[in-house]
Design a protein around this ligand. Structure first.
Ligand code: MRU
Length: 352
């Protein structure tokens, strides 16, 4: 990947008194604009409104958000109070992606080891921790790409849903990392991109990322997946995940479950690509995953235009859960989880 291909989803500018800069993903693909987040409220709003989105990117943004939240603390007791308040507040931004809570817990755990140090030293160490979360995610994405690319052959058609690309992570992505790595290895893939209603992450973001990398990408409406599969155009499906339970049940963008069922019906392997930070081993199965419900206007007034009668009842869950039995394998930075079972998950995740 050359530097010009690189999408810098988010970055910290300056030292401890610096701020978070993110690409405003709500404006893509028409406008490329970065926004500065200098207050905890701006970080919360950016996550809530999907200016920054995708499970790993949300976690990284929240870690830097904690660094913003502790700015201005005059003594260590004020700092710890501000830190707890910031973490609690950011945790209310979105409920489903476990990476958010994982990153906040990691920042709090690091802070707990720093009791008794000066304010300056605590702030420096916490910024280093946020940077470590960011750097580790970059490395995990590249490793996922290497493990996943081995599953694909030159000339194959693959389908993906939502955006699990560089924009959803520190860099490169999870599902898209597999396609980018396969391309780097000289394999030509034909990628079918679900547009991903209602917010069109596939059409706006995945299609944008694949086009920039000159990958053969074809956009389809979500409802066309069955037909594309029946026509034999797709040999594998790969998506990301927002939270994976101990038994392998995986939450991802709404519509993922139907794609997995369709893939099973057509004998096509369905893979999830996700880093270890997306696993929630504290919950036994997918029934315990909180599913975010979003505003009805996302469906009735998508991107500003009214497309449904005024007053119509709307149900808008942002995620669904694909049962483990539909997932052929989970591609992690630590290798493949295949078959997808509680014991196999524990075994693979135990070896960094
Ligand atoms: O609502 P979003 O855009 O945050 O949903 C994103 C997804 O569902 C992604 O597939 C998931 O977070 C994995 S990103 C590597």
């Amino acid at each position: 990947m050359s530097n010009s291909d690189r999408v810098e989803t988010l970055r910290w500018v300056g030292d401890v008194d610096g701020h978070l800069v993110l690409i405003d993903q709500t404006l893509l693909p028409v406008e490329f604009q970065e926004i500065d987040c200098r207050s905890i409220e701006q970080v919360w709003e950016a996550i809530k409104q999907l200016r920054v989105r995708g499970a790993p990117a949300i976690g990284i943004a929240a870690a830097y958000g904690v660094c913003v939240g502790i700015q201005g603390a005059s003594d260590d007791s004020t700092l710890f109070a501000q830190l707890n308040k910031a973490a609690e507040y950011l945790a209310t931004s979105r409920p489903t992606a476990v990476n958010l809570f994982w990153a906040l817990d990691r920042m709090k755990a690091k802070a707990a080891t720093l009791q008794g140090q000066t304010v300056a030293s605590i702030r420096t160490t916490l910024l280093e921790e946020a940077r470590a979360i960011h750097d580790e995610d970059r490395a995990m994405c590249h490793a996922i790409g290497r493990h996943g690319a081995a599953l694909l052959e030159d000339g194959q058609g693959v389908l993906t849903h939502c955006n699990a690309g560089g924009l959803a992570t520190a860099e490169y992505g999870t599902a898209l990392s597999v396609f980018f790595t396969a391309q780097d290895e000289g394999k030509n893939l034909r990628v079918f991109v679900d547009e991903t209603r209602p917010l069109l992450q596939g059409a706006r973001l995945t299609a944008w990322e694949l086009s920039r990398r000159n990958i053969d990408a074809t956009l389809i409406c979500d409802s066309m997946a069955a037909q594309v599969m029946r026509e034999g155009r797709v040999q594998a499906v790969i998506t990301g995940a927002d939270r994976i339970a101990a038994n392998g049940d995986s939450a991802n963008k709404i519509g993922t479950y139907s794609i997995a069922v369709l893939a099973r019906a057509h004998g096509i392997p369905f893979y999830i690509a996700a880093p270890s930070s997306t696993f929630d081993l504290a919950i036994a199965s997918g029934t315990e995953i909180p599913i975010e419900e979003r505003a009805s206007e996302e469906i009735t007034h998508g991107f500003g235009r009214q497309t449904a009668p005024t007053g119509i009842k709307v149900y808008n869950p942002a995620f669904d859960v694909t049962p483990a039995e539909y997932i052929k394998a989970i591609i992690t930075e630590r290798g493949l989880i295949d078959p997808v079972s509680a014991s196999q998950i524990q075994q693979v995740l135990a070896h960094p």
